[in-house]
Structure formats: C-alpha cells, structure tokens
Design a protein around this ligand. Sequence first.
Ligand code: TYD
Length: 211
Amino acid sequence: MSIDRGKLIVFEGGDGAGKGTCFEHVRKNLGDEGFVYTREPGGTDIGKDIRALLLEEEMSPETELLLFFADRAEHMKKKIEPALATGKHVLCDRFTLSTYAYQIAGRERPELEALYRELYAHIVAPHVEPHYIYLDVEPEVGLSRVVGEHGTTKTRFDTESVTFHTRVREAYHKELVCMSEDRYTIIDTGALGAEQAQEAALQVVKRIVEQ
Ligand code: TYD
C-alpha cells in the first residue's frame, strides 16, 4: 500500500509580522504526531552553520542568494523530502518566497531573478508544491516589534531600512498573486491582532491538511 505524501506548508512574512508566534501557536495545537516543524535558514546541521554566516556576516548579494539556496538544497534532501515521503506534513518557517522578496527585491538586484528561477526549478520545483501562509504587516509596525527578538542583537535583515522592507513586502504580494489561489493565504496581522492572527493561521493549516 502506498503512503500519501505529506504537505509542505510554509509560513512567510516580513520581519516582525508575527510569523514566529503564529508558527508556535500552530505547533502547540497540532503537536508533533504526523508533523515536522522546521525553518530556513538553519533546518539542518550544515544549515545551522550557513545560518550563522547569513545572519551575521556581510557578503555580496550573489553569495547571499547562493547560500540561502545551499541551505535549502540540504534542507530539501535531508529533512523535507524524507518527511513528506513518509506522509508527514512539514511546516516550515520561511522558504523560497523569502529569497525572492529579500535577495531580489529587498537588495534591488533584479538581474539575479533568472538565477533565482533557475535554482528554484532545480532544487525545489521537481519535489514540492508548497502552500504559503503569508503574515502581512506594514513594515513600520513590523520593524518596531523586532526589538529584542534575537536576544540583544538584531540580524542583518532586521536592521535594514523601512524602504528595504517595503520592497520586500511588495515583492511578496507580487509573487503571491501570481500563484493559484488554493496555494496561498494572506493573513493581515496588523488588522487582526496577535491572537486572532494565530487562530486564523491554525485554521488554515487544518484546512490544508484535511484537503
Ligand atoms: P530569523 O531570525 O529566522 O527571522 P524571522 O523570525 O524574521 O524569520 O532570520 C531569518 C532572516 O533571514 C530574516 O530576516 C529573513 C532572512 N531570509 C532571507 O533574506 N532570505 C531567505 O531566503 C530566508 C529563508 C530568510
């Protein structure tokens, strides 16, 4: 008897959108049975080293894009694919849309889009078709919330300007609306407030896994 493959459900959002708390709320309610919770960057052993480089070191936009995909390639092979193949649902805190939004739009490097699409086609597309839950918030509001989230230090991305984060948000919206409607849900965390946003995220995940 063949096992039904699990689903890949991705949480996305700008910094301070409340993604982390929504993710934890879902995890607390659904538990570990039948689910794998992971994140990018840093979902594997090698990924943890890549994460430290990405969040702390200055580097060229090309290096940054390639390192996010190196982290992802490892993550796909070692964790995401094996879990989906055994029928587990994978909930991932950030995935490819982050790369599109931050490395292409945020960094203002449109010429890297072709490389992004190429890497996506090679590393991601043949294996998974993610469902995206995008937590939306005005960048000004989001950035005011990130203080202290990572202990005393903010990451290289948290400290980018509001204009950078506005480009990130616009890119998320642009890329999402090109997807088929059953592949994404936008949750307006600014309008809903924290608790309602968390509950909305939980209901979306339940609906996706029951489909
Ligand atoms: P993290 O501490 O995980 O932040 P958050 O709680 O906001 O998810 O830091 C990850 C940072 O890496 C985040 O600011 C977004 C950035 N990032 C990219 O720029 N590109 C990517 O492909 C991914 C996965 C993350």
